[in-house]
Ligand binder design. Structure first.
Ligand code: PLP
Length: 451
């Protein structure tokens, strides 16, 4: 048990020297200091417990404190501490094989350390692939407005969130952004599916207008998550996949958030029957956040283009820590547990029977739309249903703050596009108990009804 003085010393040291992510400077802020966690709950330094309704940064899919995952890391570190993937080590080889099996087709995987790096790797592979298959002019990438694809400059260039890029632009050349499938606020008329299909048509028009001979790939999440949980019609994903095929444009599926069960399928793209992306990027849920690991999996047809002999034909890319043996051992254990505990099926079922209750909020005058897939929920808050004016940031802060007071951490989209930081985000660990999920629903509902 820490003394009051020790506790204070830790907090002071942290606030004075640590540069927090996404933080507006506020010397008076009482920032959270978490010290331990078990299941879906963590404890702060004062002993108060919170249910982590956003799984850390949407990564802690199996929750806190799984000893068998920690043991897998420790055992691997003792056995083979490190080895570069310019050569092989067993956990990386085994994991690459397992990922291919989970993706349900033959994929070759390149490991890195994060989602941003997984996407950077995908961009380089896509450009080099086209270069080596007779299309050296294909270098452009298309992503959708409101999408987040990472913090490094290439991934940030694909990130079409104006406020994330303020003061860091210009981004890398060759990154284009197109209208997203966002039926709630779409300029396109018709049913959600019709409006989404028109968004897909815009994407095709962009490829035509740019000249398909210049477009390397489309990068998309199956559900734009950080940009406000925009759940498209499965037909949208199918149509985008078809368009990509018709124009020899690679489809990069960013499964950094959706992957490993979050939406009730092993990968989010699996909700769209018949779609098999050319490249799949993943991180977060791959290790449930126990250690950093990113992965870029490419169909073997693409990998084949890198097999040729000749100058500069191989992929000239390396990451010192990418595919670290301990991280791969953790990922293998994580996947073993996901399968053993039927996590994907569980998310599908409890998403429908528990979290779906949040749709009840749809009758509230400040709730514009509740969007949900599995354990990923977005609640779009508005001043009134008619005007759909986004609710102000102070009220959003109030909702998050009141949930926190009641012991529930929820998120909201931030720095997305000007004036539209109005979506509450809920993404609890996939292993949350039924009682945990009831607590999430009851707390969010009571707080929203109290504003
Ligand atoms: N792609 C998506 C969809 C993300 O949500 C994120 C992070 O939130 C990333 C990529 C970047 O991942 P990382 O923070 O591990 O670099």
């Amino acid at each position: 048990m820490k003394t009051e003085v020790e506790k204070h010393a830790v907090s002071e040291q942290t606030t004075s020297h640590l540069w927090n992510a996404m933080h507006k400077y506020n010397p008076d802020a009482q920032d959270m200091m978490a010290v331990s966690g078990k299941g879906s709950w963590f404890k702060d330094e004062n002993g108060k417990e919170y249910l982590d309704g956003v799984s850390g940064l949407w990564c802690l899919n199996l929750g806190y404190g799984r000893e068998e995952i920690a043991d897998a890391a420790a055992e691997q570190m003792k056995k083979l501490t490190y080895f570069p993937l310019t050569m092989n080590h067993p956990p990386a080889v085994e994991l690459a094989g397992k990922i291919s099996q989970l993706l349900d087709a033959d994929y070759q995987t390149f490991f890195s350390n994060s989602g941003s790096e997984a996407n950077e790797t995908a961009f380089k592979i896509a450009r080099q692939y086209h270069n080596q298959t007779g299309n050296p002019g294909k270098y452009k990438f298309i992503s959708r407005y409101r999408a987040y694809h990472g913090s490094t400059l290439g991934a940030l260039s694909a990130t079409a969130q104006a406020n994330r890029r303020t003061k860091y632009d210009p981004g890398a050349p060759g990154f284009l952004h197109v209208y997203p499938p966002y039926s709630y606020r779409s300029v396109f008329e018709g049913s959600p599916e019709e409006s989404d299909l028109k968004a897909a048509q815009m994407l095709e028009e962009m490829i035509n207008w740019e000249g398909e001979e210049t477009v390397a790939a489309v990068i998309m999440e199956p559900i734009i998550s950080g940009g406000g949980v925009l759940v498209p019609s499965p037909k949208y994903i199918q149509r985008v996949a078809e368009i990509c095929k018709e124009h020899n444009v690679l489809l990069i599926m960013d499964e950094v958030v959706a992957g490993y069960g979050r939406t009730g399928k092993m990968f989010g793209f699996m909700h769209a029957e018949g779609v098999q992306p050319d490249i799949v990027t993943m991180a977060k849920g791959l290790t449930s956040g126990y250690l950093p690991l990113g992965a870029t999996s490419v169909k073997t047809e693409i990998y084949d283009a890198f097999k040729e002999a000749g100058k500069d034909k191989h992929f000239r890319h390396v990451s010192t820590y990418g595919g670290h043996p301990a991280a791969c051992a953790v990922a293998l254990k994580n996947i073993e547990i996901i399968e053993r505990e039927h996590i994907v099926e569980r998310v599908q079922k409890l998403g429908e029977t528990k979290l779906a209750k949040l749709h009840q909020l749809q009758d509230h005058e400040n709730v514009g739309e509740v969007r949900q897939k599995g354990f990923l929920v977005g609640i779009e808050m508005v001043t009134d249903k008619q005007s759909k004016t986004p609710i102000d940031e102070a009220t959003m802060g109030e909702i998050v703050g009141r949930c926190k007071q009641k012991g529930l951490i929820i998120g909201k989209n931030g720095d997305t596009v000007p004036g539209q930081n109005n979506v509450i985000i809920i993404a609890p660990p996939l292993s949350s108990t039924e009682e945990d999920l009831d607590f999430v629903v009851e707390t969010v509902e009571s707080v929203i009804r109290s504003i």
